[in-house]
Write a protein that binds this ligand. Structure first.
Ligand code: DGY
Length: 348
């Protein structure tokens, strides 16, 4: 799909994105906008090289793509100066490789904070009150009358929520759980959070240990490598072993049998095989997962677990937020093409 075919600058978007504001912004500034219409969800490096062609000034890409040496060198050969991920996370982007090839990189923070926190809160409530299980039960025609023990879950009020990662999203989530549901809060982060301190009723900061986070709800909302790696280190683990992080297994082993684990960060912070085993052994332990270790796949067994709620990486999927992310991504690329600093540079 091509907009403004005679535009001076060629900007490629590897996916169609919501709204038209981002397209209009680019067109108004003399860009020809090309949106990939390939049906497959995940584009390969070769697909993207073909899309960029011989002349490409900037690219808006997605978290499912592998933006490393190969793509940044190809973009630079095509005369490209700017790349924006349409995501706040940029673990799929090798920022050093981009710098080496003179490509500025942007991401889209801020506009997804509340939306993502709301999904985390939804998963927390749904897990605590077993809403998905109860819905399936009802639809299966199994309800034959009120019972004192039917789908008994947990009350959140007065219980403790532990948050790993007290950035924008973690703080918004913590605020919702403390102000809205009167939960107690403890958190782990590399830094003491000024946003969160007023809500903290337990422990906070980088010295919090795993066993201290074994609360009713443990919510993960950290960067894949930075915060989680530090968390492992603080607990005597080497971050390089993140894929098989025994610390996470330790959390699972020692967690309260009725604890709830929520992951809205990146899949690999949780060892999914260990998680499936734990879910099998502890039917009242519950999880709400928005992300998966080998996305888009789930590890064998997870889909069969009644005590798991699984959703397809939709934490930022509100209309307002997704349009905002698309607009920020366009501004990132446009800014650089026009000679301004990139709108949102993760290095800054
Ligand atoms: C992100 O932005 O990093 C989310 O994972 C998707 O919105």
């Amino acid at each position: 799909e091509v907009w403004n075919p005679n535009g001076k600058y060629r900007v490629v978007s590897t996916k169609a994105m919501p709204g038209t504001r981002w397209i209009n912004l680019l067109i108004e500034q003399d860009c020809r906008v090309e949106i990939c219409t390939q049906k497959k969800t995940i584009l390969s490096v070769e697909d993207i090289i073909a899309l960029m062609g011989d002349k490409c000034d900037g690219v808006i890409g997605q978290l499912t793509e592998d933006w490393g040496e190969t793509l940044f060198s190809a973009l630079s050969r095509a005369g490209g100066k700017a790349f924006s991920n349409m995501a706040v996370g940029y673990n799929n982007v090798d920022v050093n490789a981009a710098t080496k090839y003179g490509v500025a990189v942007g991401n889209t923070p801020g506009v997804l904070t509340e939306t993502t926190a709301e999904l985390a809160a939804s998963l927390s409530l749904a897990a605590a009150r077993r809403i998905v299980e109860a819905d399936e039960f009802m639809r299966a025609g199994l309800y034959d009358g009120w019972l004192p023990q039917l789908f008994v879950g947990n009350l959140l009020k007065g219980q403790t929520v532990g948050v790993i990662g007290a950035g924008r999203i973690g703080s918004a989530y913590a605020r919702m759980m403390v102000e809205g549901f009167k939960m107690n809060l403890i958190y782990y982060d590399l830094y003491q959070s000024t946003r969160l301190e007023k809500f903290v009723t337990g422990m906070s900061g980088s010295s919090v240990k795993i066993y201290q986070l074994l609360t009713l709800i443990l919510m993960l909302i950290c960067f894949l490598f930075a915060a989680y790696g530090q968390f492992l280190k603080a607990n005597g683990e080497q971050p390089v072993t993140w894929k098989r992080a025994s610390s996470m297994n330790e959390v699972l082993q020692e967690a309260d049998v009725e604890a709830i684990l929520i992951n809205c960060s990146r899949g690999p912070v949780v060892d999914e095989v260990a998680l499936v085993e734990h879910l099998k052994a502890n039917p009242m332990f519950r999880v709400g997962l928005d992300v998966f270790e080998d996305e888009p796949y789930m590890k064998p067994g997870l889909a069969d677990m009644k005590n798991a709620i699984v959703v397809p990486h939709i934490a930022s999927a509100s209309k307002w937020t997704r349009e905002g992310m698309a607009t920020l991504a366009a501004l990132n690329v446009l800014g650089k093409i026009k000679g301004y600093p990139i709108w949102s540079d993760p290095n800054r």
